[in-house]
Design a protein around this ligand. Structure first.
Ligand code: ADP
Ligand code: MG
Length: 366
């Protein structure tokens, strides 16, 4: 399969050494104007969907991004693949800020960063054959596959994602959810990208099928040297596939570290709360574990709390949290300490243990 797979994608030359930074995001901001009135559309504020996000993505690496619905994950994804323009900040692809490109330069860069969408039921045009869906990127980038060669390339892509190449003339409704997501992945691979941004690629699938799609994505990553941004709202989904994980809350990353650090030594109260809600198979462990119940709703991104955005729901919040924004950095108490590798956390009171009671009481009012 490997040879066919390689043939299926455009010759892009050898990938760079793994570990090199492919994508660097710096202080990325996306505000959507909030308007009133249909005709005059007076701006009355802004939805701060993404509000200062920074991270690096290395060659061959998977960065998982998790957080509750509405925290800005899909907006980050759309910014990375240039479906949206940032309000401010930089998206550096191999050192070049692509967020300000347009025309041919943008088109050339877009080829390298492709998206796989969340819902394979709605993201595939029901009136197009699978062959046309997977081959559509070639219409925009004919240089990747001359017309006479497209059918063969699409069949190879079907084979690469584990589908029968003879299905090329079928329509999306003739496939299961898992198969449709394989079609979405084949389409994402068509232009031989370096980076795939997968926005909740398995969230719409049955649990039994999720693992198959994740396994496929891991195999493709090895075969093609892909880097992934893998988005999910559930921490347990990204654990297996991610090398590092970023936890988002209300438009910001609140904790960022290797999978082991995030899952075994979470330091941010929000990560600790999310992890305490992940079911564990061992019933004894499950009973001993303290569950952190978050009180209150996620505040509106149009009017986020001052200081730390999580403070209104945090069991550790103190006055300082309302006055200052905690930076995403290695917590001072760990900077020179022994022990597990330290990682970035945006909390003044970051601690390497779920320092929590099962009755957190009312969150402080500021
Ligand atoms: P997630 O993918 O984490 O669920 P999104 O990035 O989709 O979050 O949305 C983040 C916030 O931005 C939400 O409050 C959402 O309602 C808002 N939002 C997203 N897209 C738009 C848009 N085009 N116009 C206005 N608000 C938007
Ligand atoms: Mg989303």
């Amino acid at each position: 399969m490997a040879d066919a797979a390689r043939g299926a994608t455009a010759a892009a030359g050898p990938r760079d050494t793994p570990g090199e930074t492919v994508l660097a995001v710096r202080d990325l901001v996306k505000h959507y104007p909030l308007t009133q009135g249909v005709v005059l559309r007076k701006q009355i504020g802004a939805v701060r969907a993404v509000d200062g996000v920074s991270f690096d993505l290395a060659g061959g690496e998977t960065l998982g991004i998790v957080g509750e619905s509405g925290c800005g994950k899909s907006t980050v994804a759309k910014l990375l693949v240039s479906l949206e323009r940032p309000t401010s900040g930089q998206i550096l692809y191999r050192g070049e800020d692509i967020s300000k490109l347009s025309g041919r330069a943008l088109k050339a860069v877009r080829r390298n960063i492709q998206m796989v969408f969340q819902d394979p039921y709605t993201s595939l045009n029901p009136r197009m054959t699978v062959g046309d869906i997977i081959g559509e990127p070639f219409e925009i980038h004919p240089e990747v596959a001359p017309k006479g060669d497209r059918r063969r390339k699409v069949q190879e892509l079907l084979d690469v994602v584990g589908l029968n190449p003879e299905y090329i003339n079928r329509y999306p409704h003739q496939f299961s959810g898992g198969q449709r997501q394989r079609i979405g992945i084949a389409r994402g691979l068509a232009l031989n990208p370096e980076v795939i941004v997968a926005d909740e690629p398995v969230s719409a699938l049955d649990v039994s099928v999720q693992a198959q799609v994740i396994n496929l994505m891991e195999r493709l990553q090895r075969d093609f040297g892909l880097s992934y941004i893998f988005i999910a709202h559930d921490l347990s989904v990204v654990r297996h596939i991610s090398d590092r994980v970023g936890v988002m809350y209300l438009g910001k990353i609140v904790e960022l570290g290797t999978d082991t650090e995030i899952y075994e030594h979470p330091t941010h109260p929000y990560t600790q709360a999310l992890l305490s809600a992940v079911p564990v198979p061992d019933p004894e462990l499950s009973n001993r574990r303290e569950r952190i119940i978050l009180t209150g709703d996620v505040p509106s991104p149009a009017d986020p709390p001052s200081g730390c955005r999580f403070r209104t729901r945090c069991f550790k919040a103190e006055e300082r949290c309302a006055l200052e924004v905690p930076p995403l950095a290695v917590p001072a108490v760990y900077r020179y300490a022994e022990g597990p590798a330290h990682h970035d956390s945006a909390c003044f009171f970051a601690e390497d243990r779920p320092a929590v009671t099962s009755h957190p009481g009312e969150p402080p009012q500021h």
